[in-house]
Design a protein around this ligand. Structure first.
Ligand SMILES: Nc1ncnc2c1ncn2[C@@H]1O[C@H](COP(=O)(O)OP(=O)(O)OP(=O)(O)O)[C@@H](O)[C@H]1O
Ligand SMILES: [Mg+2]
Length: 249
């Protein structure tokens, strides 16, 4: 399958500590890839390496390459990379202003000033995350005044307003209840028709429910990767077996 984004021999060193070692992995287009592994194995660091956030981390040294399609991200302008890769954090952090202003922030930044056009973007992206009907009368209310699950979906919708190719999510459901989690999971399954989704999750059951592909990291190394069926049903590496069996993690 065609890859939307991939890394080649990616290494990340924080100060003197090597956090990712020789990671070569690809993330297929229009699919959901889950990154799993024990705490501290480098999952968040790998996500940050896929967009420009790693450049903002003091002391982070990056070697190897990340490609979006055929282009190296290191030679892309930062604004281009920011647009093409969206990142959603574990704790939703809407900007402290209205839902409408959250969702039009990026479009305005990219020069979109037409009110009708902005209205359309707000509606379309909220519909994509299944929120429009729920909150259409509250678009001018502060985004901070919604529930955790709603805020998380507002943040996903906001990430989509830049029209990214790739959406990165770092444990987006870890602070949510079962109902909000299942709404987000359904949302992601719909979104993969249009976007490539990469999600870090601690929840193995969630990775089973959602993933087309799974990437398992341990101690900064890629231990095993593969399509979800094969990965979960017949993992090859003993470390994968131990992790899935709950021996550590
Ligand atoms: N800014 C930083 N400076 C130095 N070391 C860091 C920094 N950020 C992370 N680390 C270290 O890098 C390693 C990988 O961290 P990372 O956050 O990528 O792990 P993780 O797999 O996301 O863990 P968790 O499941 O707990 O979120 C850890 O040992 C961590 O302590
Ligand atoms: Mg993390």
């Amino acid at each position: 399958m065609e890859s939307a984004i991939r890394t080649e021999d990616l290494c990340i060193v924080y100060g003197k500590k090597t956090v990712l070692q020789g990671i070569t992995v690809d993330f297929p287009k229009n699919s959901i890839t889950s990154i799993i592994g024990p705490s501290g194995c480098g999952k968040t660091t790998l996500l940050l390496s896929l967009d420009d956030m790693i450049r903002e981390v003091p002391d982070a040294m990056v070697s190897g390459d990340v490609y979006i399609g055929k282009e190296k991200t290191s030679s892309m302008p930062q604004s281009e990379l920011r647009r093409r890769v969206g990142l959603v954090f574990q704790t939703p952090v809407p900007f402290p202003f209205s839902v409408y202003d959250n969702l039009t922030y990026a479009p305005k930044y990219y020069g979109n000033r037409d009110r009708k056009n902005l209205d359309r973007i707000v509606r379309e992206k909220l519909e994509m995350v299944g929120l429009y009907d729920e909150i259409k009368d509250d678009l001018w209310k502060s985004a901070l005044k919604f529930s955790g699950g709603q805020q998380q979906r507002i943040c996903i919708a906001r990430a989509l307003t830049a029209d990214p190719d790739v959406l990165l999510l770092d444990e987006p459901c870890s602070a949510l209840d079962i109902k909000s989690t299942s709404i987000i999971e359904e949302t992601l399954k719909k979104l993969k028709e249009k976007y490539t989704i990469i999600i870090v999750t601690h929840n193995i059951a969630q990775a089973r429910r959602l993933s087309d592909k799974v990437v398992f990291l341990k101690d900064g190394r890629l231990i095993e990767e593969g399509d979800a069926g094969t990965f979960f049903n017949s993992p090859e590496h003993p470390d994968t077996n131990d992790f899935l069996g709950g021996v550590y993690g």
